[in-house]
Ligand binder design. Structure first.
Ligand SMILES: [Cu+2]
Length: 243
């Protein structure tokens, strides 16, 4: 039941994403022939429409994240800011805003959510967990007993919520709270792919919980995107600190 609901949610998110970011439908023919005079009247408008369509071209950015040893780095978060600006209006990603506790671990290890998101923390273990975050602006505490599915926390502060469990010291996880609709996490091969970025100048960043840099984040070289853009970035990671 829970799973079905989740799938429906994902489907809804996807279809909304498609409506917002999907390719524009080609303009269909008018229902009647236009006279020359009429065409001349709307010509400036057509020109504007063409310009607008041109500016709405979307790009995909693939960032390959590598460690100093050249190996792929999973769980790095790439964020892209078109024109250097955060996204105005609501942001929706097509993955669940959910950190499960399973086998005495947080799953996923890193989750990306938009600011203001309701994040659920289902406990799939038989043991109880006591999940907390002391991160500024995103502090919370949840006492979770076995098989609890429906506890949520709203995360409002752009930044990071580092999460732990009071009972199990080895449980460590991170929620990256973002203010851009263009964000993705690197997979097992170290690749993060962000779709549908408006063509033009961007500020792109990579974050990883153990990245050696101010706020564990560094700015990527990609300064503009057009079509299929690619960047390989090397990050230096520190050893995870004992919890
Ligand atoms: Cu625990």
């Amino acid at each position: 039941m829970e799973r079905k609901t989740l799938q429906n949610l994902e489907h809804d998110n996807l279809s909304q994403l498609f409506i917002v970011q999907g390719p524009r439908r080609p303009l269909t023919g008018t229902s009647r022939q236009l006279g020359y005079a009429e065409i001349m009247k709307i010509a400036p408008l057509l020109f504007l429409v063409a310009m607008f369509a041109g500016s709405a071209q979307a790009a995909d950015l693939t960032v390959s994240v590598r460690g100093a040893d050249g190996k792929p780095v999973p769980d790095a978060v790439v964020t892209v800011y078109p024109n250097g600006q955060p996204t105005k209006g609501p942001i929706k990603f097509d993955w669940p805003y959910r950190v499960a506790q399973q086998n005495i671990q947080f799953n996923p290890f890193v989750l990306i959510v938009p600011a203001g998101a309701e994040v659920s923390f289902p406990n799939l273990d038989k043991v109880r967990h006591h999940v907390y975050s002391f991160s500024a602006g995103n502090k919370f505490e949840l006492k979770l007993y076995g098989r609890e599915e429906n506890r949520t926390v709203q995360l409002n502060a752009v930044g990071v919520a580092a999460i732990g469990c009071n009972i199990h010291d080895q449980m460590v996880g991170f929620i990256k709270v973002v203010d851009t609709a263009y964000a993705a996490k690197s997979d097992a091969n170290g690749n993060a792919v962000i779709h549908g970025i408006p063509d033009g100048p961007v500020v792109a960043k990579v974050w990883h919980p153990y990245l050696r840099a101010l706020k564990n984040e560094k700015t990527l070289n990609t300064a503009s995107v057009h079509g299929a853009a690619r960047e390989t970035t090397t990050v230096e990671l520190r050893a995870p600190s004992p919890h």
